[in-house]
Design a protein around this ligand. Structure first.
Ligand code: GRF
Length: 200
């Protein structure tokens, strides 16, 4: 049973989905939720699901090594970013090399990078007239949305789509695939691209 930590800055629907998924599995469990935002709704979700959480500020994260200490204290094996907006510091990258993943709500390498998060991503995709979008699960390095791609799944961008309707379709892909991909990585199983099927 591997211990998973989830970093999230926002509402945390993916975090909740992942927590619930692993509560039914024997491969891993979410042992800790971490947030830089003390008001993030993800903390309410974690409390309701009886998952310990901690918040931290920039100094704790980038200078004092407090977050890495907490990860060690909770014996964390694997780190999942789910709507987390800060770059991961060098000490954590080094200690968890190949064991930190992120999900991005578009098909990287397009529509990624600093400042490309949330609604902005979907707006850019719609304004560019793209016919499809999707999700990208990738390893995390020291550059925004940059590490090696592990898995992508696609969905259509429909005529008349708004940021909200597209975000909802992309979220469905996230809920469907992120927990399974994490589990495959935890257990050393190959991640294949069967998720290329379209979600209507
Ligand atoms: C997701 O769309 C994810 O792709 C991105 O941040 C969003 C988080 O949403 N990295 P939620 O907080 O899980 O609802």
């Amino acid at each position: 049973m591997k211990n998973i930590a989830i970093f999230a800055s926002g509402t945390g629907t993916n975090a909740e989905n992942i927590i619930k998924y692993f509560s039914r599995r024997e491969t891993g469990r979410v042992a800790l939720v971490l947030s830089n935002n003390p008001d993030a709704y993800v903390l309410v979700r974690a409390a309701r699901l009886n998952i310990p959480s901690i918040t931290f500020n920039r100094k704790d994260f980038y200078e004092k090594g407090r977050v890495l200490n907490a990860l060690r204290l909770y014996k964390i094996d694997f780190i999942v970013l789910a709507g987390f907006l800060w770059l991961i510091p060098e000490d954590i990258l080094r200690s968890y090399q190949g064991r930190i993943v992120n999900i991005h709500p578009a098909l990287l390498p397009s529509y990624g990078g600093k400042g490309m998060y949330g609604e902005r991503v979907h707006r850019a995709v719609i304004e560019a007239g793209e016919k499809e979008s999707g999700i990208t699960i990738h390893y995390v390095d020291g550059i925004y949305d940059h590490g090696d791609i592990i898995f992508q799944a696609r969905c259509s961008v429909l005529p008349g789509d708004t940021v909200d309707t597209l975000a909802e379709r992309v979220h469905e892909l996230e809920y469907r695939y992120y927990p399974e991909v994490i589990e495959k990585l935890l257990t050393g199983n190959e991640v294949n691209q069967s998720g290329q099927e379209e979600l209507k």
